[in-house]
Write a protein of this length. Structure first.
Length: 53
């Protein structure tokens, strides 16, 4: 799997064309996990703050 795609421009230089779409689902999954963990952390933090009062 290629992470980055390259092509040659009019002057023969190698330029970046884009990134692989295969990696999109890895970043989507990482974002979902981060949001879920953050929500759990905030919920546990807010319960302990209410218990202290």
């Amino acid at each position: 799997m290629e992470i980055f795609r390259y092509k040659s421009d009019a002057w023969g230089q190698r330029v970046l064309e884009g990134a692989s779409w295969d990696l999109l689902w890895i970043f989507v999954g990482a974002a979902v996990v981060f949001i879920a963990l953050h929500a759990i952390y905030k919920r546990r933090g807010s319960k302990s703050a209410v218990d202290d009062e």
